[in-house]
Design a protein around this ligand. Sequence first.
Ligand SMILES: *Cc1c(COP(=O)(O)O)cnc(C)c1O
Ligand SMILES: [Zn+2]
Length: 343
Amino acid sequence: MTLPNYTCACGLSHEVVASRWRCDCGGLLELPEHELVWKPGGEGSMWRYAADIAGGALDWAALSLGEGRTPLVEERPGLFLKLEYVAPTGSFKDRGAVVLVALARLAGADRLVADSSGNAGTAVAAYAARAGIEAEIFVPAGTSEKKLTQVRGHGAQVTVVPGTREDTAAAAIERVEEGGAFYASHVYNPFFHEGTKTYAYELVEQLGRAPGTVVLPAGNGTLVLGAHRGFAELRAAGVIDRMPRVVAVQAERCAPLAGRTGFLPTVAEGIAIADPARREGILRAVDEVVTVTEAEIGAARAELARRGLWVEPTGAVAYAAAARARHYEGPVAAPLCGSGLKH
Ligand SMILES: *Cc1c(COP(=O)(O)O)cnc(C)c1O
Ligand SMILES: [Zn+2]
């Protein structure tokens, strides 16, 4: 039960302290490979895997809202939808946010900073409230009023930054560099993936086997990277005998991972990331990147709604790609990432 140190591709490693968010070389922080314990407990939440999350070192019980352990619905033979929008704050970001906030508390932080265009910010704000940690959430101008109301409702301070998503991140980093705050970044802090990797654990447990293909939305890649890490751990421990095919989905109007340049606004605001910081890691983790059009996203969302599943537009992206691809090896699993009630 020891918290792993951060590592960096340059060879340095760093203890977790509140002020650390990147390597001295400027590189991205990573975590070493984790050797799976795989003794799922009786919890009805992602904490059934507590021994495999952040080295089993987090004190999570008082923070948890029962995140994870979301329903898996077989929508048609061989196509499974995982209802990630059935999460305490309405998106899968709860899996990572609870881990980051528990980490902030372990590091003794009484203040944290995060930046997000929506769901990550609301999730971090909710768990910070439970932890009694003051939160300042930086958002780009134009973020939906519903999400801002949710963030403020949790007691966090909202700072609206004019300009691009990158300008928002820069403003948050500037605040962090002033000192005294933990940077609860779903992009830079690799412990976020310790939470999102439970998506893979759950799929394997719920299906009773490895999926043949997982179709995942990708913006900053927190679900892609987490799921890949989870499957790799399960594979290394022999719980599954091969890796599923990982298909990342982007909106055609903003698809840097598909090699596109030039970005237009998209209804899939949750994945509209023009320059993902972990681009190389994401491309190593995926087997294929596909894109979906605005019309496909809209049609997928409407089709889901007619089947009783109410998601925000970004929440329909993975389904849009999975539903049209009949050649993927099954079982195929796609998450519905964010609730329609947020939109
Ligand atoms: C955050 C989010 C995504 C994409 O996650 P990334 O980590 O940016 O790849 C997809 N859908 C919804 C609803 C989200 O909130
Ligand atoms: Zn480094």
